[in-house]
Design a protein around this ligand. Structure first.
Ligand code: SF4
Ligand code: SF4
Length: 367
């Protein structure tokens, strides 16, 4: 059951904003709000996931603290968003994972690295882990094919089911129908909004991040993380095809598609997450929801370490350090996979759902 205090506060905030409407040019939340006179719980959950947390409406607001209204839209939306992550999680018993999320994700990742290390040392032995391996199939000499592929395939299937179930629950909760989910023009609009990160542009000025000055830097860094992640995903998919369709196991030469895509993606991820972590240390904490800070931080650090170990593995794969780096990298990837449906990663899916709903609403309004 969602906390009624957070919903009441979100209702109060949106009701005042709906009378004011000063911030309507900043993002999609305000135009969506203006289509309503009152706000149901479902409306508020939808608006919370539509908010991109650009913070522009906090610094622009004449009713923000120290005004007695104490309006803090980004913080209220972030608190409600976290509640929706709990509510939409599948299996539902996993909702408690969003409590102390940062600590739990850090522990799971540490445990993943330790488990992969111990199992590899136990079954493969010291000489194999610390030896030099080159040529086709070198990685599988340290971690055998079945041990590498089978657990990840099983985990990937579970993660996909879990993310889909969460998305479907969100869609139902905000009043979406299965028919509306087939509204392709709305998907096209939402995908275009995602690819441009449209609502981190603050109507053309950027976010008020890390402080009250307008800046596009967060948008650009977020772009680097998003496209870096997609390139790494493309690299893994192409490598999977090379291995299973062409029977060419890794490692691959530098001028091959898996390595080129992975290197570009890894560098973009490293730059994007590194920059975001730097900004996070400087940011004004007043518009942030304290409960989400650790979750955001640990997720970003995990992406940073995963890309860093991946790139180090590429550079040092022909040395005796390859085994250790492979184990640590696989451990980080495992931690990332396990925590995907139960951490910051889900924000992309629920925001996409909100953008699709928004595109449907706006299309209806304009017809
Ligand atoms: S955040 Fe403040 S200024 Fe902006 S619409 Fe709401 S009440 Fe008005
Ligand atoms: S924080 Fe940004 S995205 Fe969220 S409601 Fe305010 S202006 Fe819109």
């Amino acid at each position: 059951m969602m906390s009624s205090t957070i919903l009441k506060e979100a209702d109060r905030v949106m009701t005042i904003c709906n009378a004011c409407r000063y911030c309507e040019g900043f993002c999609a939340v305000f135009p969506a709000m203006e289509l309503r006179r009152t706000f149901s719980d479902e409306d508020l959950k939808y608006l919370a996931n539509l908010c991109h947390n650009c913070r522009d409406c906090y610094y622009a607001c004449q009713y923000a603290p120290p005004h007695t209204f104490a309006l803090n839209v980004p913080r209220t939306m972030a608190e409600l968003r976290l509640e929706t992550y709990r509510e939409y999680s599948w299996p539902h018993a996993m909702k408690s994972f969003f409590q102390n999320n940062g600590l739990l994700v850090a522990l799971i990742t540490a445990l993943s690295v330790v488990t992969v290390s111990l199992l590899t040392l136990l079954f493969q032995g010291h000489d194999v882990v610390f030896g030099t391996h080159t040529g086709a199939g070198a990685f599988y000499r340290v971690i055998p094919y079945a041990a590498m592929v089978v657990p990840f395939m099983a985990l990937a299937i579970f993660v996909l089911i879990s993310l889909w179930k969460g998305f479907a629950t969100q869609w139902r909760t905000v009043g979406g129908t299965p028919q509306e989910l087939k509204h392709w023009p709305a998907h096209r609009q939402a995908i275009w909004d995602v690819l441009r990160l449209k609502y981190l542009d603050g109507g053309g000025y950027g976010c008020n991040y890390p402080d009250d000055r307008f800046s596009m830097i967060r948008r650009y860094l977020h772009h680097a993380v998003f496209y870096g992640f997609m390139l790494c995903l493309a690299s893994t998919t192409v490598a999977f095809g090379y291995d299973h369709l062409l029977h060419r196991p890794a490692p691959y030469p530098f001028w091959s598609w898996p390595v080129l895509l992975g290197t570009l993606g890894g560098l973009a991820l490293l730059a994007g997450t590194g920059g975001l972590l730097y900004l996070k240390r400087q940011m004004d904490r007043d518009p942030a929801a304290p409960e989400t800070l650790d979750m955001d931080m640990v997720f970003t650090v995990l992406l940073f370490l995963t890309s860093l170990t991946g790139l180090l593995l590429l550079c040092l794969r022909a040395t005796p350090l390859m085994g250790t780096l492979l184990i640590v990298h696989i451990g980080f990837v495992l931690g990332l996979f396990i925590s995907m449906p139960y951490g910051k990663f889900v924000h992309g899916f629920y925001r996409y759902g909100a953008l699709v709903k928004n595109a449907i609403e706006q299309a209806r309004e304009n017809n």
